[in-house]
Design a protein around this ligand. Structure first.
Ligand code: FAD
Length: 481
């Protein structure tokens, strides 16, 4: 960067005191990732009020060669929104941009700014008997821009797909400050490459998402939420197959958690209690839903779960008796991430393997890790219906966090990722690559895919200004490929 103080003055002039700060105290909460694994430094925190201001700010950063780290709710799990420790970059927060631009209830589409918080969106469209069919535990802070940029998943992917399937149109500021406007939600549009899909999941390395048009679905008519106790993860897979065969389209979510996870959640939420009286090795949280005006759900659920009991596919089950209890069941599921975080040092993996192989993968990999690294504990939970689980390995008691993460933690992650690759899976099912899996993607990724991604990065961001060092880092001083 040429002249630090000129840049800071120009940024303040351009965005005003609400739009730009270099105050260390105000920046501090945004310089560490949600898991507390990465901390960085920044020249300033920019919070533009609209797309034009984002564009003007990006042009200013270009003139001063200041790298930009886009940030939404900072709830990401891969360190993608945390700047490096140099203090040379700015964090560009989209949180101030949270307006609804257009809401077409009849067409079931909404266009909003990138900083809109997921939970706010749920509440807003819910008032019009509609819903946005993607949810996750971080919904109170995750923003639309962050969800788009990580192609987030969550607990309704089974029926509705990931963020990629929800985005009808996109607006983004590119690295030269130009505004890519593709907000028109056309059903059919074959004018060449689908550039919005390139931006979705690019983790802030190709463009800054400023707005999105999203598809909505009708509010559900009824839902049935069931908590089941199971003897093994294989039993969970059998129950999943049964639910898919008998409930088909009504199956909205199928999440699994082992006994250890439920115990840590109950410790974390002192007022919560286990849905089932007896202890079980595994638990499944299952949601069935119907469209409005369809009153056959109760009868369907009775058949699905009576058959499951009859076929001994589950050990015990309880149906939430009302909405409040259904929410309590989901709160247990949504609290796993904070409860596991509170347990202390761990290495986390967000992996997928073909759904049918997941039980064997867990059954074989966990004992191998626990034997090779005494005192560790491998925990698998999450979205079994999508073949995606969060696979955490807890450190032995008494270790020093960073020392362990950088020694045994790294070896364990490499071991897990090697197994995932052998089993034909992905080392990042839904959380993205960010910083945490960048080197592992470089080690295990398909060389042709990596080369193509780097070429795209160079074409769209030739000066490596947008979120440098994340996802597919370019070698310093060698950005032409
Ligand atoms: C309790 C909890 C549970 C979670 N459960 C799930 C889950 O089930 N499934 C799942 O997929 N994720 C989950 N997450 C992770 C997280 O909520 C998602 O990754 C979410 O998409 C991040 O949104 P954010 O706005 O917080 O983005 P941030 O964390 O701020 O940023 C994430 C990445 O996107 C980039 N980015 C952010 N905004 C923009 C923008 N406007 N333009 C360009 N780039 C941008 C950042 O640079 C960074 O690389 C969970 C998080 C928590 C805390």
């Amino acid at each position: 960067m040429q002249d630090r103080s000129t840049f800071l003055n120009d940024a303040r002039k351009l965005l005003g005191s609400r739009g730009f700060t270099s105050d260390a105290e105000l920046m501090q909460p945004w310089l560490t990732d949600w898991r507390g694994r990465y901390s960085g430094a920044a020249l300033g925190l920019a919070s533009p009020a609209n797309t034009e201001a984002v564009s003007a700010f990006v042009k200013l950063c270009n003139r001063h060669a200041v790298p930009i780290v886009p940030q939404g709710g900072n709830s990401g799990m891969s360190g993608g929104a945390t700047p490096d420790s140099s203090g040379d970059s700015v964090v560009l927060s989209l949180r101030r941009m949270n307006a609804v631009r257009d809401f077409d209830v009849v067409a079931k589409q909404i266009t909003c700014d990138a900083g809109m918080i997921l939970q706010t969106l749920h509440e807003l469209v819910g008032e019009h008997a509609l819903r946005f069919p993607l949810t996750l535990g971080g919904k109170g802070s995750a923003t639309i821009g962050g969800l788009v940029s990580t192609n987030a998943g969550g607990t309704q992917v089974l029926r509705h797909g990931t963020m990629r399937a929800q985005v009808l149109g996109l607006e983004a500021v590119m690295s030269d400050g130009s505004i890519f406007d593709s907000l028109t939600p056309l059903k059919k549009d074959n004018r060449g490459f689908d550039l919005k899909q390139l931006l979705i999941g690019s983790e802030g390395t190709l463009g800054i998402v400023t707005g999105a048009t999203l598809r909505l679905v009708p509010q559900i008519g009824d839902r049935i939420v069931v908590w089941a106790g199971l003897s093994s993860i294989s039993a969970a897979r059998e129950l999943l197959l049964h639910c898919q065969a008998t409930a088909s389209d009504a199956l909205e979510g199928f999440e699994v958690l082992p006994r250890h996870c439920l115990a840590s959640v109950l410790k974390h939420l002192p007022d919560a209690r286990s849905p089932l009286r007896n202890e079980h090795e595994w638990h499944a949280l299952i949601e069935l839903v119907t469209e409005p005006d369809d009153d056959g759900l109760r009868a369907l659920a009775e058949t699905v779960f009576a058959d499951a009991l009859h076929q001994e596919l589950l050990d015990d089950a309880v149906v939430a008796s009302n909405e409040a209890q259904a929410d309590e069941f989901w709160l247990l599921r949504d609290s796993i991430a904070p409860a596991e975080r509170a347990l202390g040092p761990a290495v986390q993996h967000d992996i997928s393997v073909p759904v049918a192989k997941m039980p064997d993968f867990i059954a074989q990999t966990s004992p191998q890790i626990e034997e090779r690294f005494p005192g560790t504990r491998a925990i698998a939970f999450g979205h079994l219906g999508d073949g995606n689980i969060h696979y955490h390995v807890l450190a032995p008691k008494g270790v020093v966090r960073t020392e362990w993460e950088n020694s045994d933690g790294k070896t364990i992650s490499a071991f897990v990722h090697d197994r995932v690759s052998e089993w034909g899976g992905s080392i990042s099912a839904e959380h993205g690559i960010g910083q945490v899996k960048r080197d592992e993607l470089g080690r295990l990724g398909d060389p042709v895919s990596l080369a193509l991604m780097r070429r795209i990065k160079v074409a769209l961001d030739p000066d490596d200004q947008l979120n440098p060092g994340k996802l597919v880092p370019l070698a310093k001083g060698n950005v032409s490929i």
